[in-house]
Design a protein around this ligand. Structure first.
Ligand code: ADP
Ligand code: MG
Length: 213
């Protein structure tokens, strides 16, 4: 399965979701390739940090590819891995379009904030254009960094549910300290101590909905 995290907004959690999904699949025994297709190279930096904290046992293969090469290289590599996760930047770039043209799943996190939600229309246009050439693409949206209380989650969810081209997954990921703590240690949320069961449960639920594994 080829899964791309993306969107038209920085800081929504694309890299967080991509790296955690990669690690969860790798820890299940799958051979996973993490493609960093973002010029900001955050997942590459994370992996370099993980190399140190795991003494080289990162558990997956990481490469950095941008532009149209994302499509050609991923097509060459697809038979060599069980799963490929592509982390893209928060803009409509040739890298993100190339990634989507070869993906089975497009995963777009949204924080429950107006500035984020306002980018939905642009994401929909992007998806509608990609679907012309890639009708098999499944595009999903979900809330990341959801508030523990307040009406913002529901308001945001209502808007996301109206999307024509992307399916809303009612499986929000809460705004939890463990995400930055884990990243700072080069670990996935499922690996870091102390264990945050709520965060793990939310991730497992979301990924089950996407991958059915
Ligand atoms: N669910 C979450 N709870 C708390 N912090 C989060 C969560 N998801 C992401 N973050 C934090 O938000 C920041 C941006 O996340 P990142 O994954 O780098 O976003 P993007 O790749 O979309 O730019 C990081 O500091 C990350 O640790
Ligand atoms: Mg990122």
């Amino acid at each position: 399965m080829i899964i791309t995290t993306g969107g038209i907004k920085g800081g929504s959690g694309k890299t967080t979701i991509a790296t955690n999904l990669t690690i969860m699949l790798a820890n299940k025994g799958f051979d996973v390739l993490l493609v960093d297709a973002d010029d900001q190279e955050t997942s590459t930096d994370f992996t370099a940090w993980r190399e140190e904290s795991t003494e080289g046992n990162i558990g997956y293969t990481a490469v950095k590819i941008t532009g149209d090469a994302v499509r050609t290289q991923v097509l060459k590599l697809v038979s060599k891995y069980d799963h490929i996760i592509i982390d893209t930047g928060g803009r409509d770039t040739s890298s993100q379009r190339a990634a989507l043209s070869v993906s089975d799943v497009y995963l777009v996190p949204f924080t429950p904030r107006s500035f984020d939600i306002w980018t939905l229309r642009k994401v929909e246009i992007l998806v509608s254009e990609i679907m012309i050439v890639s009708p098999k693409l499944k595009a999903y949206i979900f809330l990341n960094r959801a508030d523990s209380r307040g009406a913002d989650n529901e308001d945001a969810a209502e808007l996301l549910k109206q999307s024509e081209y992307l399916s809303y997954l009612d499986s929000p990921i809460g705004n939890r300290k463990v995400f930055s703590n884990a990243a700072a240690s080069g670990l996935g949320v499922t690996e870091v101590k102390p264990v945050d069961e709520k965060a793990i449960n939310e991730l497992v639920l979301l990924f089950e909905k996407i991958t059915n594994i």
